[in-house]
Design a binder for this molecule. Structure first.
Ligand code: MG
Length: 337
């Protein structure tokens, strides 16, 4: 019998984090534990407010979940059951999916990455994200970015060129840009991308709004840099719709409802010749280790949140030469502080 426990938690950020349309200093989290024969599987839901889930919506969803009649070996049936309880609740569903994968790998006595067929030697570098901020604060954050080989920069405000120039005065590290839908028109987006291509920027995430798909198709034909869908691609069924408008997708477990669907998204994206990034919300090491267990199967990795938060209940992963080191322990490899 699987026992199911949940706990509300507030993850505090080192600095208030701003993107093109939003700012916050903490993120509501639901921590999940699945207990089975003395083993514990950990999961989490990270719920930044703009995605629409809350502590209340998560506890409403969890109150409908009953795992008493399942064995962990039936995990595919459990994931299907969870997904069919109610539409939405992507992060809450991801919390249970992650905990299940941690638990199953512990039962088998193998690391999660092995359960998922990942080769740790193929781990991509992970980027470190700089939010929209004043030049003085960006200079401070660049010090935190020192162990990372790639910088991810949030753009989409009137300060875009100031931000890039500030970073370029400090570092020539390659940059991923995330515009978070902030560039308004396709013409402005192209103008920005053409300039960014001269600044050692390697890819652009979500230049325009979700409903500007025709503009994105235009932009894809003209852009000198690869364009990645984040807000435009949440689950498996989104990929086919956006394949002509982007060169790649950013998979986040909190959007995909967890690891099981993320694996299907990887296969689908590969079949459509799309590049793949594994990304994250503000998450504890739990969500990050879960995404990192899949990351060796993708092209780019943006799993930086353990280095941006104050009260992670788990030890941060080891970072060596800009890459997350996967733990050889059974399960996700989480160590409670
Ligand atoms: Mg993004």
């Amino acid at each position: 019998m699987i026992e199911f426990h949940t706990e509300a938690f507030s993850l505090e950020l080192n600095y208030p984090f701003s993107i093109s349309n939003f700012s916050r200093s903490n993120t509501p989290i639901a921590l999940v534990r699945l207990q089975y024969e003395g083993l514990i599987g950990y999961g989490e839901a990270s719920m930044p407010p703009y995605l629409g889930e809350t502590q209340e919506s998560a506890s409403h969803f969890f109150s409908k979940v009953s795992l008493r009649n399942f064995e962990p070996s039936q995990y595919l049936s459990i994931i299907e059951y969870i997904d069919n309880i109610e539409p939405g609740h992507h992060a809450a569903k991801a919390a249970i999916d992650i905990a299940l994968h941690d638990l199953i790998a512990k039962i088998k006595g193998i690391p999660c990455y092995e359960l998922l067929g990942s080769d740790p030697a193929k781990m991509p570098f992970t980027s470190f994200t700089i939010g929209i901020d004043h030049p003085e604060i960006i200079a401070i954050k660049m010090k935190d970015a020192a162990p990372f080989h790639f910088i991810k920069v949030k753009l989409g405000s009137a300060q875009d060129q100031v931000i890039i120039n500030t970073i370029r005065a400090i570092s020539d590290k390659p940059i991923y840009v995330d515009a978070n839908r902030g560039w308004g028109s396709k013409e402005h987006a192209l103008e920005m991308i053409e300039w960014l291509a001269t600044q050692n920027v390697q890819l652009i995430e979500q230049p325009l709004e979700i409903n500007q798909l025709a503009d994105m198709e235009w932009l894809k034909l003209k852009s000198p840099l690869p364009l990645f869908a984040d807000e435009s691609c949440r689950r498996l069924y989104d990929i086919e719709n956006i394949a002509n408008a982007f060169h790649g997708i950013n998979i986040k477990l909190m959007k995909s409802t967890g690891i099981a669907e993320a694996q299907k998204m990887i296969a689908k994206a590969r079949a459509l010749d799309l590049k793949i990034m594994m990304g994250c919300m503000s998450e504890t090491s739990c969500g990050i280790y879960a995404a990192a267990a899949l990351a060796p199967q993708v092209d780019y990795c943006d799993l930086d949140s353990p280095w941006m938060v104050k009260n992670n209940p788990f030890e941060a992963p080891l970072l060596i030469d800009g890459k997350i080191q996967l733990s050889k322990s059974a399960g996700l490899g989480l160590i409670l502080k």
